[in-house]
Design a protein around this ligand. Structure first.
Ligand SMILES: [Zn+2]
Length: 152
């Protein structure tokens, strides 16, 4: 999924904050160019002020996926990156950070695996709900026709 606007990104962020129990954080989200990233290989980043429970998530503009760096794959996904960055709020106190607070490889793998799994499960669930609604609508209209016949 690619967000069209900061507002769409923020709405999605609020939804995931509820799921991840991070509603007590004041999180802002921006879609930015690669120039705004701390390093060129990034597709997302989070800056947090834990004492105030404030965080700012930057998501790389989709237009920069290709030009930003070779590392940005075409299947880059704003929602997965957003969830990845939100999950870092749960791992702030994990051990092994470098001097700048950078996460270990193990932490990155954990956060990334969970983010992908969660977003894929959400989409699968959304798809099933749509199928169920379509089935219900179909059986409702079939029932309506049956009732019509029985009245004749
Ligand atoms: Zn990360």
């Amino acid at each position: 999924m690619v967000f069209d606007s900061d507002a769409q990104a923020l709405a999605c962020c609020r939804w995931w904050q509820r799921v991840l129990r991070l509603q007590d954080w004041d999180v802002s989200v921006r879609i930015v160019s690669s120039a705004a990233m701390k390093t060129l290989d990034r597709v997302g980043q989070i800056t947090e002020f834990a004492a105030k429970k404030l965080a700012c998530i930057d998501l790389l503009n989709a237009a920069d996926y290709a030009s930003g760096a070779d590392f940005c794959s075409p299947e880059q996904d704003h929602e997965k990156t957003l969830v990845h960055e939100l999950l870092h709020l749960h791992t702030l106190d994990w051990p092994g950070k470098d001097d700048t607070g950078g996460a270990t490889n193990a932490e990155e793998v954990c956060v990334d695996t969970l983010a992908r799994a969660l977003v894929e499960m959400k989409r699968k669930n959304d798809g099933l709900q749509r199928e169920n609604q379509a089935d219900e609508a179909e059986s409702d209209s079939a029932g309506g026709r049956e009732n019509g016949r029985s009245e004749r």
